[in-house]
Design a protein around this ligand. Sequence first.
Ligand code: SF4
Length: 93
Amino acid sequence: MIKALFLMLILGAICGLILGFASKVFHVEVDHRVEEVQAMLPGYNCGGCGYPGCSGMAAALCSGEADISSCKPSKPEQKEAIRQWLKDHPANA
Ligand code: SF4
């Protein structure tokens, strides 16, 4: 019985070390600005911008790959608000 408990303790410690190491190695940095920008887009998910829905467009806008003018359904004031928001919230700020 003691042997089994000791074995489980060792296995738990090894699994914990492996998971801790994996969380460091496979850590993915998330840009929290994407959710904010996505909320400002029309949300039609029409794909007219060339990206897979508004979330893809928001990610591209935050990374600087896309321009908001590609989103035809959004109104001019929405486009200007997004441009201003991205200026006010640059990456790595
Ligand atoms: S064109 Fe605009 S509304 Fe359509 S998916 Fe792209 S960002 Fe969304």
